[in-house]
Design a protein around this ligand. Sequence first.
Ligand code: GTP
Ligand code: MG
Length: 196
Amino acid sequence: MLKNARFLVSNTDHRKCPAPSKPEFAFIGRSNVGKSSLINMLTNHKHLAKISGKPGKTQLINHFSIDDRWFMVDLPGYGFAKVNKKLKADWDKMIRAYLTERENLTAVFVLVDSRLPPQKIDLEFIQWCGQLELPLVLLFTKADKQSQSKTAENVHLFLDEMEKLFVEAPEFFVTSAVNRQGRDELIQFIEENVTE
Ligand code: GTP
Ligand code: MG
């Protein structure tokens, strides 16, 4: 499935987002980790979500409608050092308000760069999500950039760190927007969790 994807609306205020009448799957993670790229890969679009080599491309809460059945949401990244403090604080507030208040969140996909060992900023964000009991799923991105064994090592290290934060580690997928790794598994996960 996942036939028809269309952009709906961009917001800074979660209260102006589409009525929470359908299951929602949000993509969040550090700036430049590959959120928008993964959305395009999943939906088979080149330019549905805006992509950039420069971090900080996505600045709003972007809603997409998938097959008129569920919402996919592209969010701005956290931890982008090169924007001014005020803007950073505004994004932070916007994302956290969205995640705290949005009642139809079926899954919050937290994207983590598979090239890197565990990063404090990701772990802190995940811990915050955990306290809110958000339905977390980890997506390791850019797996095409290194060997499978290196990816596996970083995934393992990350899950070890997670265990220190949670009793149970969340479900996870290894992905690449370049070679489409993880696409079928991720779509299957979404399908299983879209309840009419
Ligand atoms: P912000 O909107 O700035 O928070 O970034 P983002 O997380 O949406 O990242 P985006 O999708 O814009 O991608 C950032 C950069 O990483 C771009 O240059 C992409 O081409 C590249 N990229 C994203 N995913 C992959 C991937 O799976 N493999 C490789 N090799 N590059 C990727
Ligand atoms: Mg983006």
